[in-house]
Design a protein around this ligand. Sequence first.
Ligand SMILES: NC(=O)c1ccc[n+]([C@@H]2O[C@H](COP(=O)([O-])OP(=O)(O)OC[C@H]3O[C@@H](n4cnc5c(N)ncnc54)[C@H](O)[C@@H]3O)[C@@H](O)[C@H]2O)c1
Ligand SMILES: CC(C)[C@@H](O)CC[C@@H](C)[C@H]1CC[C@H]2[C@@H]3[C@H](O)C=C4C[C@@H](O)CC[C@]4(C)[C@H]3CC[C@]12C
Length: 346
Amino acid sequence: MADSAETQELVYLVTGGCGFLGEHVVRMLLQREPRLRELRIFDLHLGPWLEELKTGPVQVTAIQGDVTQAHEVAAAVAGAHVVIHTAGLVDVFGKTSPETIHEVNVQGTQNVIEACVQTGTRFLIYTSSMEVVGPNTKGQPFYRGNENTPYEAVHRHPYPCSKALAEQLVLEANGREVLGGLPLVTCALRPTGIYGEGHQIMRDFYHQGLRLGGRLFRAIPASVEHGRVYVGNVAWMHVLVARELEHRAALMGGQVYFCYDNSPYKSYEDFNMEFLGPCGLLLQWLLRPLMLYAPLLNPYTLAVANTTFTVSTDKARRHFGYEPLFSWEESRTRTIRWVQTVEGSA
Ligand SMILES: NC(=O)c1ccc[n+]([C@@H]2O[C@H](COP(=O)([O-])OP(=O)(O)OC[C@H]3O[C@@H](n4cnc5c(N)ncnc54)[C@H](O)[C@@H]3O)[C@@H](O)[C@H]2O)c1
Ligand SMILES: CC(C)[C@@H](O)CC[C@@H](C)[C@H]1CC[C@H]2[C@@H]3[C@H](O)C=C4C[C@@H](O)CC[C@]4(C)[C@H]3CC[C@]12C
């Protein structure tokens, strides 16, 4: 990519650019990548908010497409310098079939890789997930682990299986020759539980609390730690990796990085209360709370909810100088302000 930070000549493609994380990546790129000439946003469902982005100096190209359709992906990738692939089916609640999850998350990722190879795009960043590692089917805790911590990654649920397969495809593609004869450089980012503006599960919990008279009921022990990371910091890490991947290809190519920031280690419910408490909800004990959460819960999500999985690492800082863009206090304030705008809020 160009050396001069002032020359606007780069074309980026963000798949899943209208999703919870994707939208933050899109907005972060427009704010913090001065070399952008064109930003392509590829998604099955385009958001109306995209129109407001078309008034700036960067050409914003909205592409309605399906990653399972190789020809649509190839057309969107052709001519891009960087692809940030966030598109995926994030379904742990059984809403879609295992086949569909595999088709989107695995075959869709393979289509992105092949499109890069066939059209000459050299830099591919994949949004993977903590679940590539765990928690495993044995419910073994992963307590403040890092990218090198030994852990038996054993999966049966379609979603983590698909993320693990897709990540493997991306990492194995590192070094493949693309059109033009140069090597493809890939890396995978593994967010833990992302929170922040636009988080649908947080919105669902808030509405549940409003329906229950301002109360939520604790269903998992406070001692269980869940890794959480602010969406703005995850987006920032994606932008930074994309910027550094060319110059540090030998170090970063084929690598995985956990996404992390200074968000506190808490149980999922206690962490959510950092935002829902200031919005008027209380967390209380109830004898049989699980019946209240039936839509969210199945053996898999209950196992994940009850298993400690937290990360403590500085690999991203060491490899490409990552530091969280948003402090915990800023992340918390931004999320609270967003919850306060959620329909039905007091
Ligand atoms: N939300 C989290 O806590 C979390 C944590 C770790 C990793 N991730 C990963 O981050 C990525 C984004 O997750 P999210 O939470 O923003 O989910 P999301 O559902 O909000 O966004 C996913 C986007 O992908 C799009 N998409 C789905 N199927 C598609 C297809 N066939 N073709 C084109 N676009 C398609 C959707 O329309 C949506 O806009 C996913 O790959 C997910 O696995 C999410
Ligand atoms: C009702 C209670 C038991 C409540 O605590 C249930 C919470 C439960 C729905 C969530 C607990 C952990 C979440 C998962 C975790 O944050 C990481 C994930 C990885 C990401 O790639 C996709 C989302 C998720 C699987 C996330 C989903 C919700 C939880 C299971």
